[in-house]
Design a protein around this ligand. Sequence first.
Ligand code: 8YV
Length: 324
Amino acid sequence: MKPVVVLYKSLPHDLRQRLEAHCSVIEIDGLTAENLRKHATAFQSAEGLLGSGGLVDDSLLAIAPKLRAVSMISVGYDNVDVAALNRCGVILMHTPTVLTETVADLMMALVLTTARRIVDLAGRVKAGEWKSSIGPDWYGIDVHHKTLGILGMGRIGMALAQRAYGGFSMPVLYNARTHHAEAEQRFNAQYCDLDKLLAESDFLCISLPLTKETHHLIGREQLAKMKPGAVLINTGRGAVVDEPALIDALQTGHLYAAGLDVFTQEPLAVDSALLKLPNVVALPHIGSATHATRYGMAHDAVDNLIAALSGKVTQNCVNPQLLK
Ligand code: 8YV
């Protein structure tokens, strides 16, 4: 008998068929508390879970006694209580490789967009405000040869370093849990402590997962230590940055701009002060959102789940100790 899988995010037709060849699929429209109640029977028999977002924690595990594998269509898994999964022996899979270049493209796009004020100025043109040759009040700042600071030198940080160093002649500084020999060798990236990274980066690019350690890692004190006139880019997770403190740093003019793809609350509230600031570019969490990459993520997540349910995991597992 095929294992039952609860699917809580729609899949492209061919991937749905691929999953159905191996599993008996029950699709629901998200992991809300209401859906956990409404589809209790499905969870009762589920051996696998596939989707993205939504909380995967004790309350879900309590109604899914047969669960063996959870496969996220994302690299991040801050919405998953990994300790709870470990206690129940549930394998957690994710998609760490397929989205790297696409997210790095977006980070570089945010660097350029904030520096050259693309959104603000394009809006002014559309609003009919371009009436004569522009003056300094429409100027931006340079990107090339400025210092790019990367907080979190994982795969995405590496791909960003490659773009910045190779494409824009930017010296690269980075801070991470460990030194990254390849980044140092290929991109001449210089490891530094957080204070130095804050003080010397013209563009501080955050590419960190959300964990207990990274929650509000960039708070009021750290923002104050940033180089005056610097730009903050965040495509990791919103809660790595203390949002009210960031708003203050932007309002006082200490920071030149911010390019944000992630927020403490998503979707971002329409009345957020961030949206009133012309020097903020706020995006709807589109880091991996290209047709090809979202397909690739779904593809990998389906394969990951099939592998996990058939005991054939070779990669992309968050808690591989459970495989032994
Ligand atoms: C996805 C992400 O946008 O992979 C991640 O961790 O943040 C994004 O790529 C999101 O999880 C929806 O699939």
